[in-house]
Design a protein around this ligand. Sequence first.
Ligand code: NAD
Length: 346
Amino acid sequence: MRAAIVLALAFGTASAFVTRPFNAGIRAAPRTAAAAPRMAASIDLSGKTAFIAGVADSTGYGWAIAKALADAGATVTVGTWPPVLQIFQKSLDNGKFAEDSILSDGSTMEIAKVYPLDAVFDTAEDVPEETKNNKRYAGLDGYSISEVAKAVEADYGKIDILVHSLANGPEVVKPLLETSRNGYLMASSASAYSFVSLVQKFGPIMNEGGAALSLTYIASERVIPGYGGGMSSAKAQLESDTRTLAWEAGRAHGIRVNTISAGPLKSRAASAIGEKGTKSFIEYAIDYSKANSPLARDLYSDDVGASALFMCSPLAVGVTGVTMYVDNGLHAMGLAVDSAAMQMDA
Ligand code: NAD
C-alpha cells in the first residue's frame, strides 16, 4: 500500500502519526504538561476519488495535482479535451509519461479512467452539429459536463475531490482593447463558467467534506500585458465565483471551494499565449518572476501539486472561498526590483 504523506508541523516528543477519516478534520496531538508543543498529521486519501478536469500531458498543473493526490492514495480520474484525447491516451499507453508518473514510494501513478470532456458544453443538447462532425470529436460522445458527471457517478458513485485545471481563450494574444465580444465570451465560457458548471453538476455526487479547486492567475487582479483576449477577466470571474460557490455549495453539499493563484509555468497552454521577439510570454513571465519574487527560486508544477493536495485534504477542513497564492510570493510585490529604473547610482 502506498505510504500516506506525513506532515510533521512542529517537533516535540514522539507520538504516533494518526490517519484520520476524510471528514474527521485534523486536531493537534494532545499536549501534556511535559511535552513540547507538537502537531502531527498525515494526509491519507486512500478510498477517496478525485476527478481532475484539464489533463492532457505531463507538463501542466493538472498532472502535478493528479500526482500529488495519487501519492496520498487517492483514486485519480481525469477529464481530457477531445481534440487532444487521442494523443494523450496514446502517450499514456506507450509509456511517454512513465518518468513523470513515479510516485514518492517508487510506484507508478495510475490514472484510473480518462473521460472525454469539453467543458464549454453543459449538456448533450448544447453540442452543435459542427462539433459533432469535427474529425477531432469523431467516435466520441458523452463529453458534456453533465454527461461526464453521470458517467463518473456510474463508475465510482460519489467522489471527494473535483479539480478544474483548464483554460482557453481563442484571442489570448490580443489586448483587451482589440478583443471581440465573441472571443471575450469564449474565454469566460471555457475558463470561468466551466468551473461553475462543474461544481453544479458534480456537487450532488460529492461526499460531504469534499473539495473543489481551480487554478487562477494574478492577471485577474493586476495588469499583466500579454495575457489578453479576456483571459484576465475570466480569471477575475473565477476568483469571484470561488467565493460565491463556497457559500452556495458549502450549504448545499457541505463541500469546500477554493482556487490557487499559481505562478508562471511553461505548460502547453501557457506556451501558446504568444511571443514578443525571441521569447514567449510565458518565458518572460518566468524570468520576471524569478528576478522579482521574494523567493528567488524556480517554481515547479509539483509546488502547486503539493498545495493543491493540502487544499483538498482534511488539513484544510476549515478553508473555503479563498484564493491561495502559490507563486513564490510574487503577488506581494509592488515594485519590479530588476527594473532599469531601480538601478541606483554607485
Ligand atoms: P495545461 O495545458 O496543462 O492545461 C490546460 C488544459 O485545458 C489542457 O489540457 C487543455 O486540453 C484543456 N482545455 C482547453 N479547453 C478545454 C475545454 N473546452 N474543455 C476541457 N478542457 C479544455 O496548462 P496549465 O498552464 O497547467 O493550465 C491549467 C490551469 O492552470 C489553467 O486554468 C491555467 O489558466 C492555470 N494557470 C496556469 C499558469 C501557467 O503559467 N501555466 C499560471 C496560473 C494559472
